[in-house]
Design a protein around this ligand. Structure first.
Ligand SMILES: Cc1cc2nc3c(=O)[nH]c(=O)nc-3n(C[C@H](O)[C@H](O)[C@H](O)COP(=O)(O)OP(=O)(O)OC[C@H]3O[C@@H](n4cnc5c(N)ncnc54)[C@H](O)[C@@H]3O)c2cc1C
Length: 373
């Protein structure tokens, strides 16, 4: 059997779901195909930190644009999405890292991103659970947190209520205006979106996707108050490094007093099992910064895979080889943050509207090269 739509979206993680919501707003007749739970892939594994990063001008533009889109829709999100704006503290352990804090502060200010430098005593006053003797921090005021899977489910529901049909099936092939389902059914559309996350290259081999494993842990109730997302400045080095494994202190307070503890990064690993060695390193790192964690239980641990690209920017836009296939993947550790901007960029460019930021840096046809460092 064959059915025709304005667009078919493959994958209902947060990126596919956000695309569905945006396309539905444009009145498009949509099919969304998901083989598993809605938002059950990397989206369910994520920390949900909606964070501005300035690893490159294109990364800064996309993360900030998307963060502003999250702010615009925050009032309409359901309570289960637990959207909140605790801000981020980028923590400097010593004077050398404090110089990096000041450099980051200059860049953020140049781009109108509200932030302030805190010296050691001020940091100790606002986050007393941190170990003593830290040099200071950069507070990035508008960084937010969200329960990613709940947000994805809300976005998708929005699209289905408007004009979408959900297929709970596996896509076996896509291209040239056609999506083939495991049932044998064919869906036809002039726009096919590959939002299949870590699986995207199985359907579109032209896309280069590297799988980057991450671990997270949820603690029991922490005895002291933590009021910001706390991240060591070294996290940026670990996120950008190409070494096989790295861990960094990255902790998010949940509204019930538990702490979500990250984070690790590993290339070249296929197993989804928790790696006790990496988990142990990650928890020890967290305890170095928050000594109180030593006496708190760990209630749950899990892993997920980030879909990464060699140049650390996502793939957003049509393929050079097949203009019916649009990529919306490769967001690495920023797909929750940048889901809304990805969807808006695609919707605007498909509708022929001017995009709010240039889409060129993210086009799959850009020259990506092999750099990973
Ligand atoms: C440990 C960890 C922590 C993270 N923390 C953060 C964070 O704090 N902030 C942030 O911004 N990002 C974070 N991320 C990154 C973020 O989770 C991802 O970038 C984002 O979830 C990607 O969403 P997605 O929709 O592209 O992929 P996914 O959520 O993986 O969705 C892809 C979907 O496609 C479906 N699919 C695949 N193949 C097929 C097929 N053939 N047929 C039908 N359906 C198919 C899958 O079942 C899946 O549901 C983190 C990631 C990890 C692993």
């Amino acid at each position: 059997m064959t059915k025709t739509f304005d667009a078919v979206i493959v994958g209902a993680g947060i990126v596919g779901a956000a695309c569905a919501m945006e396309f539905a707003r444009d009145g498009m007749n949509l099919a969304i195909v998901e083989k598993d739970e809605i938002g059950g892939g990397a989206t369910a594994a994520a920390m949900g930190h909606v964070v501005v990063l300035a690893g490159s001008p294109a990364q800064l533009a996309l993360t900030r644009y998307s963060q502003l889109l999250w702010q615009t829709m925050a009032g309409g999100l359901p309570r289960e999405a637990e959207y909140a704006r605790p801000g981020t503290l980028w923590i400097a352990a010593d004077d050398e890292e404090m110089q990096e804090v000041r450099r980051k502060d200059r860049i953020y200010r140049e781009h109108g991103i509200p932030c302030q430098v805190l010296e050691g005593p001020a940091l100790a006053r606002i986050e007393p659970a941190l170990r003593g003797g830290l040099a200071g921090a950069l507070e990035v005021v508008e960084d937010a947190v969200v329960l990613s899977q709940a947000a994805a489910q809300f976005f998708l529901q929005h699209a289905l209520t408007a004009r979408g049909t959900l297929y709970r099936e596996t896509v076996t092939a896509m291209g040239s205006g056609k999506v083939l389902l495991s049932s044998g059914e064919e869906l036809h559309a002039p726009v096919l979106v590959n939002a299949a996350g870590e699986w995207a290259a199985e359907l579109t081999p032209e896309l280069t996707i590297l799988k980057r494993k991450g671990h997270l842990a949820m603690s029991g109730r922490f005895p002291a108050v933590v009021s910001h997302q706390l991240v060591e400045l070294g996290y940026l080095k670990s996120a950008h490094s190409s070494t096989l494994d790295s861990v960094a202190f990255n902790v998010q307070p949940r509204s019930n007093g538990q702490l979500l503890i990250g984070s690790s990064r590993q290339y070249g690993v296929e197993s989804r099992e928790v790696d006790e060695d990496i988990l142990g390193r990650m928890l020890r790192r967290a305890t170095e910064y928050l000594p109180g964690l030593a006496s708190v239980s760990i209630e749950r641990t899990w892993t997920g895979f980030r879909a990464a690209t060699p140049d650390k920017l996502p793939l957003i836009g049509p393929l050079a080889e097949d203009a019916t296939v649009f990529a919306a993947t490769g967001h690495e550790g920023l797909g929750i943050t940048t889901s809304l901007a990805t969807a808006r960029l695609l919707a605007d460019s498909i509708a022929g509207r001017r995009t709010a930021i240039p889409i060129e840096p993210y086009l799959p046809s850009r020259s990506i090269g092999e750099k990973r460092g």
